[in-house]
Design a protein around this ligand. Structure first.
Ligand code: NAD
Length: 256
């Protein structure tokens, strides 16, 4: 379905980003990976699906790096047709204790990076009259949770950015939508499970059960594969007129 198209997924060396990159690769898209940590493993996983794959190590907190990455992607594959703004980090603390540098980093990586990548991707998408911008927000783009001020602010912000990007391109073939996952068991969430286990003296299983029980009625994690399939749906012809939605896949979290 996506043969000949190129997808750039930020923060795709791990977790949800890698799941989305693999789902798009299965549909035939060329993939540009980005993110920290092991690169060879994720590259091999995507290449094994038959996709052409490239990698750029832009630090998404740095606008100049993002510019360099967008130029690199265009040089590799012609242009970016599908942009998935996914890179993100978390830090948990009350507002009065929240480290200022963590606030700045979360706003830069979880929110501003999507603005920069989108502004750089849009001209070529508009010229081709086809494009998909998929912002990985969170259920925290729809509701709040204590101790996550920067994350919740950034995710509400990205839902707003999604709506405006969709509106500005509403008469074109370029759509912009957000995906809002509840809990997904990735390194980002395992850290929160570990913190609960240490704080309460719980086992990993008990800490996981408590974490799900607090928020997610289904008592099950959403998977990167399920999120990848939603991204593929947005890229399909059925997604041609889906514009500016914040689609939660959260086990009922936001329905409460
Ligand atoms: P993860 O830690 O597994 O992956 C994060 C990715 O972002 C990694 O590839 C990492 O290298 C990359 N990254 C981090 N900082 C970066 C930077 N400065 N520059 C470039 N890359 C950077 O986390 P995840 O859970 O897969 O999170 C992916 C996205 O999904 C995030 O935006 C997160 O907020 C969102 N999300 C996650 C959950 C969840 O439960 N895991 C729920 C809702 C939303």
């Amino acid at each position: 379905m996506l043969k000949g198209k190129t997808a750039l997924v930020t923060g795709s060396t791990s977790g949800i980003g890698l799941g989305i990159a693999k789902a798009l690769a299965r549909q035939g898209a060329n993939i540009v990976l980005n993110g920290f940590g092991d690169v060879d493993g994720p590259k091999a996983e995507v290449a094994a699906l038959g996709a052409q794959v490239a990698y750029h190590g832009a630090d998404m907190s740095k606008p100049a790096d993002i510019e360099d990455m967008m130029k690199f992607a265009a040089a590799q594959f012609g242009r970016v047709d599908i942009l998935v703004n996914n890179a993100g980090i978390q830090h948990v603390a009350n507002v009065e204790d929240f480290p200022v540098e963590k606030w700045d980093a979360i706003i830069a990586i979880n929110l501003s990076s999507a603005f920069h990548a989108s502004r750089l991707a849009l001209p070529a998408m508009k010229a081709a009259n086809w494009g998909r911008i998929i912002n990985v927000a969170s259920v925290h783009g729809l509701v709040g949770s204590a101790q996550k001020s920067a994350y919740v602010a950034a995710k509400h912000g990205i839902v707003g950015l999604t709506k405006v990007t969709a509106l500005e391109n509403a008469t074109t073939g370029v759509t912009c939508n957000a995906i809002c996952p509840g809990w997904v068991l990735t390194p980002l969430v395992q850290k929160q499970v570990d913190a609960k286990a240490v704080a309460h003296g719980w086992s990993n299983e008990e800490a996981t059960r408590q974490l799900l029980g607090e928020k997610e009625p289904s008592m099950q994690f959403t998977t990167p594969e399920e999120l990848g399939d939603l991204a593929v749906f947005f890229c399909s012809a059925a997604g041609n007129n889906i514009r500016g939605v914040a689609w939660n896949m959260d086990g009922g979290w936001a329905a409460q």
